[in-house]
Design a protein around this ligand. Structure first.
Ligand code: F6R
Length: 259
């Protein structure tokens, strides 16, 4: 695991945007896995700026989102499809036909989930997967005790996730308690993974992901087993790390010796 600790949330987000830009610019027909939520908003803003400055084009890029609420129409303001259009896709030159979100519009969940996996495979697999992390350690909507082998499927959201995400819904709106999510096995097949964690409220989850035991109770801890996982965090999100100084030193050595 590469652990990058930067002083502020803005610097961590700029790092993530640069990481994604380099991936897109260095790959033909790049396939990028995307996340929603608060942690990635500044990363998307930075990507939009880079696009406006002519530093990155998304014309050849295909994206696959991690998850979507079950029961929200794509045009519902709180659907992850709407979030992605509003926060990123409407501002860049991506072909909307190349943007995938794991939606299901009837009760045929199994077929919706397996077609999503098939589509990822048809595109050659995910080259870079962007992740946030829930306060309970979830990645995608793989809640604690999700199997490390799991594939795209319907998950029941925990009370903690529902509470954490309630801020996005009006009091009068129905907040779904089910979602379709890529599985942990699906996420782990991405060639590269970039997880971003911002703020003090993520410090415990970040420490569990990086330094905790490998445990289904903290789904993100499986990233310790990924050969190309990078975690970018700001100082506050890093504040519970036991080996904080070591990670800072490792990055210094990396830039000094280019290793
Ligand atoms: C969203 C997703 C989730 C979020 C996580 C953190 O697509 O996959 O795992 O990344 O819940 O959410 P925020 O960033 O809002 O704290």
């Amino acid at each position: 695991m590469r652990i990058v600790i930067l002083p502020t949330e803005v610097e961590a987000s700029n790092f993530a945007a640069e990481f994604i830009t380099e991936f897109i610019n260095n790959n033909k027909n790049p396939v990028v896995g995307l996340a929603t939520g608060g942690s990635v908003v500044m990363t998307y803003e930075a990507l939009i700026s880079k696009h406006q400055l002519g530093q990155v084009s998304f014309q050849e890029t295909t994206t696959f989102n991690l998850d979507e609420y079950l029961g929200l129409a794509p045009n519902h303001a709180q659907s992850y499809r709407s979030y992605m259009n509003r926060t990123l896709f409407d501002h860049i030159d991506i072909d909307p036909c190349n943007t995938y979100v794991p939606e299901c519009f009837d009760d045929n969940f199994d077929s919706a989930c397996s077609s999503y996996e098939n589509e990822i495979n048809k595109r050659g697999g995910i080259g870079l997967q962007l992740l946030g992390v829930g306060s309970n350690g979830h990645i995608g909507f793989n809640e604690p005790t999700s199997s490390f082998q799991s594939r795209t499927r319907v998950k029941t959201l925990t009370k903690s996730t529902l509470t954490q995400n309630a801020r996005f819904f009006e009091a009068s709106e129905n907040q779904p308690s089910l979602a379709i999510t890529m599985g942990i096995g699906t996420i782990m097949e991405a060639e590269n993974i970039l997880l971003i964690g911002l703020g003090k409220h993520k410090s415990k989850a970040v420490a569990d992901v990086i330094e905790g035991p490998l445990s289904a109770f903290c789904p993100g801890s499986i990233l310790q087993n990924h050969p190309n996982a990078t975690i970018v965090i700001d100082k506050l999100a890093a504040s519970d790390l036991e080996l904080y100084d070591y990670y800072i030193q490792t990055e210094k050595m990396k830039s000094k010796y280019n290793c």
